[in-house]
Design a protein around this ligand. Structure first.
Ligand SMILES: NC(=O)C1=CN([C@@H]2O[C@H](COP(=O)(O)OP(=O)(O)OC[C@H]3O[C@@H](n4cnc5c(N)ncnc54)[C@H](O)[C@@H]3O)[C@@H](O)[C@H]2O)C=CC1
Ligand SMILES: CC(C)CC(=O)C(=O)O
Ligand SMILES: [Mg+2]
Length: 358
């Protein structure tokens, strides 16, 4: 029997709906394997602003830092959209990533075989999509200072700073080369080195790190081209390593190769040993509270926690197999259903995954 403490940060919008689904699956995996998972809930994002006056209360930080793994839903929503940047729900997410030094965000993009037929893209291409985006998560544009507004000559201007230190690029490049060694051995580093100084440092540093990984094939690609190649030749990718903003955007784009943003999981890891696991999607205010959200990205993120955080590979595979099975049986939430009338609810999809675990 293995005991693990899991911090659960549901957040806003569909966050609580999809984390509930992930917890239900984890409880059943624990039952089937005689593990004990202790769930400790914390506030983050808009709900934390409403209840505690800030997007990342100290208590949430403490619960998270003391846990064996963090399961997060999503933060944000129109209710808080007019707040200043420093006190927005999204700031809570950025802060916890920084506080726990979660610099490496793994976003696997792999098509479920049951969804190949219904893809609007060419079946032979979609069938073989299998790559991972390794997104740098604690540097770049979302964190660089100065980040402010100011009045200059009677006009308001705003500045964000895209800043990378060599050490930050080095450690994410190492993660990418290590990941490639257990995959197909190919890394594409995505940057905008034709324009950005930070990208030129990125490219030089990735090249330097590559000297110690000469068994891995490395190429560089400009981000605008990468956005196009993801659609034109997605099967040419194995590991994509890129900076924070580019990785954020490219992964949402890549999700559509699999069928929906509601399918993509992620794992964020760093130097402290505690990982954070969350779907790639946001709080989806347009469908929040309607029991329509696809819970599979969150459930699959929980599987990543078992695999990467707890070393429970067999249990993680069991969850992934259950997801494959329910999709093969025809269960579809509205984001992946051919007709809205045929769609199942979040809870129906979750119950089906739990049943498929047995
Ligand atoms: N990690 C996080 O907490 C993130 C938070 N956000 C925040 O979420 C809020 C909404 O942002 P959006 O730009 O609308 O992005 P979003 O990712 O929340 O939604 C984009 C579209 O995808 C759909 N979608 C997302 N997840 C889904 C799921 N599980 N099942 C079915 N459909 C799904 C939504 O209904 C919407 O049409 C904003 O406040 C934003 O800042 C956005 C991205 C990530
Ligand atoms: C707060 C944002 C950076 C969240 C987001 O879009 C993401 O991490 O994918
Ligand atoms: Mg995003």
């Amino acid at each position: 029997m293995t005991k693990k403490t899991i911090a659960v940060l549901p957040g806003d919008g569909i966050g609580p709906e999809v984390t509930r689904a992930a917890i239900q699956v984890l409880e059943n995996i624990a039952r089937l394997h005689d593990h004990e998972f202790v769930f400790k809930e914390g506030l983050i994002g808009g709900s934390a602003i409403d209840e505690k006056g800030g997007p990342l209360p100290l208590e949430t930080k403490e619960i998270s830092a003391a846990s064996d793994g963090i399961l997060l839903g999503a933060v944000g929503g129109p209710k808080w959209d007019r707040l200043p940047g420093a006190n927005r729900p999204e700031k809570g997410l950025l802060e916890i990533r920084k506080a726990l030094d979660l610099y490496a965000n793994l976003r696997p993009v792999k098509t479920y075989s049951a969804l190949i037929e219904s893809s609007p893209l060419k079946k032979e291409i979609v069938a073989d999509v299998d790559f991972v985006i390794i997104r740098e998560l604690t540097g770049g544009l979302y964190f660089g200072e100065p980040k402010k507004r100011e009045e200059i000559d009677g006009e308001t201007q705003a500045v964000d700073t895209l800043l990378y230190k060599e050490s930050e690029i080095k450690r994410i490049a190492e993660r990418a080369f290590q990941a490639a060694r257990v995959r197909e051995g190919k890394v594409v580093s995505v940057d905008k080195a034709n324009v950005l100084e930070s990208s030129r440092l990125w490219r030089e540093t990735v090249d330097d790190v590559h000297d110690s990984y000469s068994d891995v094939e490395l190429s560089h690609m400009l981000v605008d081209n990468a956005a196009m190649q993801l659609i034109a030749q997605p099967t040419s990718f194995d590991v994509i390593v890129t900076e924070n903003t580019f990785g954020d955007i490219l992964s949402d784009e890549a999700s559509m190769l699999t069928g929906s943003l509601g399918l993509l999981p992620s794992a964020s890891m760093g130097s402290t040993g505690v990982g954070l696991y969350e779907p790639v999607h946001g709080s989806a205010p347009d469908i929040a509270g309607e029991n329509r959200a696809n819970p599979l990205a969150a459930i699959s993120s929980a599987a990543m926690m078992l695999k990467y955080g707890f070393g429970m590979e067999k249990e993680a595979e069991q969850i992934e197999a259950a997801i494959e099975k329910v999709l093969a049986e025809g269960y579809r939430t509205s984001d992946i259903a051919a007709k809205t009338d045929d769609a199942v609810t979040t809870t129906e999809m979750t119950d089906a995954v739990v049943k498929a675990l047995e």
